[in-house]
Ligand binder design. Structure first.
Ligand SMILES: Nc1ncnc2c1ncn2[C@@H]1O[C@H](COP(=O)(O)OP(=O)(O)OP(=O)(O)O)[C@@H](O)[C@H]1O
Ligand SMILES: [Mg+2]
Length: 247
């Protein structure tokens, strides 16, 4: 189907009508270590490799070198596609925290949100990006002022819409509370996917076993179930089990 963008994540696309709604922004939310970065690397890598679609990964926390190494664990050679201009990792992590970078794509230490977004837009046009990842929204915002944040998030929404790419915006859930950090993100996103660690059956008293689950909380124009699906992180990356049960 033309109006869908395949995530490249085994088992997931069939749960959301064939893929993410094209040219939309999706919020990917979860607690620390639930797999948000791996999910998003897989989305960008598979776009370049399997669908010939260029992608941009904007990283605010991890350095590009760390992402390349993490991806390689799963056999995803980002560098190869970076050389072909099919993938760009935009380093917004280094200079902002005061460490040097020798990346080709980076943002300066004193960059404001508007310039950052216009840089992102420029690159998107340049490589004809069909996929964009922002890792992560909380790290993206410099201001703690709720008023500014609301304006910033709308500005981001406008810019992303203008690129016509299909975007994944990563955010965090803190202590199991809600699924968005600020509450505004939801307004610019047409879908919300959350990733969790849930307590499974207890093999022994007080020895909880945790399982990974993924939940499609909202996906406009999509007939999806409201259900937690199990997934694993294996040597091929994330695999979702549509027939599996969590409990
Ligand atoms: N090679 C691997 N095989 C299986 N599981 C792995 C592998 N590498 C990492 N993991 C699992 O993935 C987790 C990290 O995933 P990821 O970095 O995507 O999480 P995240 O949600 O982005 O976390 P954060 O919020 O801290 O950025 C690790 O804690 C580990 O449980
Ligand atoms: Mg992460």
């Amino acid at each position: 189907m033309d109006d869908r963008v395949k995530t490249g994540i085994k088992g997931l696309d069939e749960l959301i009508g064939g893929g993410l709604p094209k040219s939309s922004s999706i919020l990917l939310s979860g607690e620390a270590g639930t797999g948000k970065t791996i999910f998003s690397l897989q989305y960008i890598y598979s776009g370049a490799k399997d669908f010939g679609e260029a992608g941009i990964y904007v990283t605010f926390e991890e350095k590009p070198e760390e992402l390349r190494r993490e991806a390689l664990q799963f056999g995803w050679d980002l560098k190869k596609y970076e050389d072909e201009k099919k993938i760009v990792i935009l380093d917004a992590a280094s200079l902002r925290v005061g460490v040097p970078t020798d990346e080709n794509f980076y943002v300066k230490s004193d960059v404001d949100i508007k310039s950052l977004l216009s840089r992102l837009y420029e690159i998107a046009i340049d490589i004809d990006a069909k996929r964009i990842v922002i890792d992560s929204l909380p790290a993206f915002f410099f201001s703690d002022e709720p008023e500014n944040m609301r304006d910033d998030i709308y500005m981001m929404g406008r810019v992303l819409t203008e690129t016509k790419a299909t975007s994944i915006l990563i955010t965090e859930i803190i202590n199991g509370q809600g699924y968005s950090r600020f509450g505004y993100e939801e307004f610019i996103t047409r879908g919300v996917i959350t990733m969790h660690l849930v307590e499974g059956e207890k093999a022994m008293p007080r020895m909880a076993e945790y399982k990974r689950s993924i939940f499609i909380r909202k996906m406009r124009e999509t007939n999806h179930k409201i259900k937690q699906y199990p997934f694993s992180i294996s040597k091929e990356g994330i695999v979702v089990y549509p027939q599996g049960e969590i409990y």
